[in-house]
Structures are given as C-alpha cells and as structure tokens.
Write a protein that binds this ligand. Structure first.
Ligand code: ZN
Length: 146
C-alpha cells in the first residue's frame, strides 16, 4: 500500500463520508421523511421518522415477550402438576410424581395446541362464522313478521 503523506490521492474509508457532487433538490416533506430521530425507547440509536423503535429495541422486546411466554407455560405446568398431585393424595410415590409431571406437561401442550388451532380458526373463519350467526339472528327476528 502506498500512502501519500502530502495528501494527494488519499481517501479515508469510503463508508465514512459521502461525496455530494449532485445537487439535492428535496421538498421539506421529503426531507422530513428522510430525517432521523432518536429511538423513543432507548434514545441511543437513531431511527427514521416512520419507525417506532430501533431494531435493537424490537429484538429485545421480542425476546422479552418470549421469556414471559415460557414463564407462563412453566407456571401452567406446575399448576396442573399440583392439581394432579392433589388428586393422587399425600402418599404418592416417585413414579406417580414423574407420571403426573409428564401428564401435566401433556395437558398444557394439548391446551396450547388447541389454543393455536383456535387462533388459526379465528383468523380464517371468524368473519364467516359471525356473519352466519348474524344472518340467523336477523332471520329469527324477521321470521315472525313474514
Ligand atoms: Zn432503541
């Protein structure tokens, strides 16, 4: 590498500065769209005017939501396990403990699957279902008049 100490033909890393030879003619609205502002949640990173949070805060929030979900599932498993143990009585052996723990996990897993299936159904068919119910109600109300 040949460094010219006089300063001719030298460049700093290309990404560090921007050569603006072109004339910029932007309206104030366009400039406002392009402008950056500090992220509202961390106030450290910059986001564009349209973005609500920076990617870092978004990732943190998603990770936090996942932690809360996992904690809730563990809590549910222990609740169901406790309920199952209460049913088996105070003299439960080790095998019964393990069995009821596995059963509790299974029950929570089935519940989660049912919930997910219901969510899918809700997304796909809830509108259709409620319009059908609404039509039936209207038919019931109007039925007497006809
Ligand atoms: Zn942020």
């Amino acid at each position: 590498m040949d460094i010219q100490v006089e300063g001719s033909n030298n460049r700093v890393a290309g990404r560090d500065y921007l050569e603006l030879n072109a004339q910029l003619s932007l309206t104030p609205e366009q400039l406002q769209v392009l402008a950056v502002k500090p992220c509202p949640s961390c106030e450290v990173r910059l986001v564009t005017a349209q973005a609500q949070t920076c990617n870092h805060c978004l990732r943190e929030r998603v990770a936090n939501d996942q932690k809360v979900k996992v904690g809730f599932v563990i809590f549910l498993v222990f609740m169901v396990w406790g309920w199952l143990l209460k049913r088996s009585g105070p003299n439960a052996g080790l095998l019964e403990l393990v069995e009821s723990l596995i059963a509790a996990g299974g029950i929570v897993l089935c519940g989660m699957l049912l919930l997910e299936m219901f969510k899918l159904w809700w997304v796909c068919y809830s509108e259709e279902f409620f319009s059908a119910v609404w039509r039936a109600v209207v038919r019931l109300v109007n039925g007497g008049r006809k």
